[in-house]
Design a protein around this ligand. Structure first.
Ligand code: ADP
Ligand code: MG
Length: 281
């Protein structure tokens, strides 16, 4: 099971003065069960790319295969795809629309054909998972803070119990503790066998949580590899002005000063041990 993109191009406002070739010949396969990070500058095409993955945006050319089936072929059940591939937008306002939080989160499961009772049960469970306090359930989603809106938007997708969860900058607007709780929730979902794809600007998050990483640059996929491999390429990342994770940058500085430490170490306790060992040598 996988999502496969073959020669995908996407052009905004084709044929007008505002034409923008946002995705250029994207070839990509994301096997099921991975925790994937998508990184790259603002404007590199990350949001456009992930909006293709649930069929929300249709490629100008190229093919997208979900579990081997071309989603652009006539008669393809787009509705089923949308319920299996859940997408949380970069701006939660673009996703919220109901009069109160609970109705908003119920919308997805209802749309999937769940009864009112089942939809409510799923919505309550999802709201609990994202840590939104009960006192907000009756509020208009538009009266909430940025971080709370994001929690509601994520709950709305979790309530649909998708096989693949895609989140566009999901921790923007959350405080560090809230961000950590949210990422731990995504990790738990991933450990239950589901694919998680996040767009992130935080390389510490990417190193800590993701298995593999996709680097977008000017509408192209420049790298698609294991996280440990990517963060070894310090010169390449510097050339894109992508910060190294703090721990990787620290190891690099140690190595510049006579240490010989594996830059793929992610865990601070392990690093302390290795440094201790090399000092005592
Ligand atoms: P990212 O998420 O990496 O910041 P986007 O996918 O949002 O990048 O944008 C990729 C490119 O497409 C950018 O140059 C952006 O200005 C352009 N773009 C995005 N949305 C639109 C739109 N609705 N109309 C025209 N151009 C757009
Ligand atoms: Mg974006």
């Amino acid at each position: 099971m996988s999502i496969k993109l073959e020669h995908i191009n996407y052009i905004y406002s084709a044929g007008t003065a505002y034409e923008k070739h946002a995705l250029k010949d994207i070839n990509l396969e994301i096997p099921h069960g991975q925790f994937v990070g998508i990184i790259g500058h603002t404007g590199s095409g990350k949001s456009t790319l992930i909006q293709h993955l649930n069929g929300l945006v249709k490629a100008t050319s190229g093919e997208l295969l979900y579990n081997g089936e071309n989603i652009y072929k006539p008669g393809y059940k787009m509705r089923e795809l949308r319920s299996q591939v859940g997408l949380v937008f970069q701006y939660p306002e673009h996703q919220l629309f109901e009069v109160d939080v609970l109705s908003d989160v119920c919308f997805g499961p209802k749309n999937q054909g769940c009864s009112a009772e089942e939809s409510k049960a799923r919505a309550l469970e999802a709201l609990k998972l994202v840590g939104l306090k009960e006192k907000y359930y009756d509020c208009s989603p538009f009266d909430l803070s940025g971080g709370q809106k994001r929690r509601v938007a994520i709950a709305g997708i979790l309530a649909m119990d998708p096989e693949i969860l895609i989140l566009d900058e999901p921790t923007a607007g959350l405080d560090p503790q809230g961000a950590k709780e949210m990422l731990n929730l995504f990790r738990k979902i991933n450990q239950q066998g589901k694919t998680v794809i996040i767009v992130s600007h935080d390389m510490n998050q990417v190193l800590e949580y993701c298995d593999e990483v996709i680097v977008m640059n000017k509408g192209k996929v420049e790298r698609h590899e294991q996280v440990d491999e990517l963060f070894k390429e310090t010169e390449y990342l510097n050339s894109l002005s992508i910060d190294l994770p703090i721990i990787t940058s620290f190891i690099q500085q140690l190595n510049n000063n006579g240490f010989n430490i594996d830059t793929s170490i992610k865990d601070i306790n392990e690093l302390v041990k290795v440094i201790g060992g090399q000092i005592n040598e």
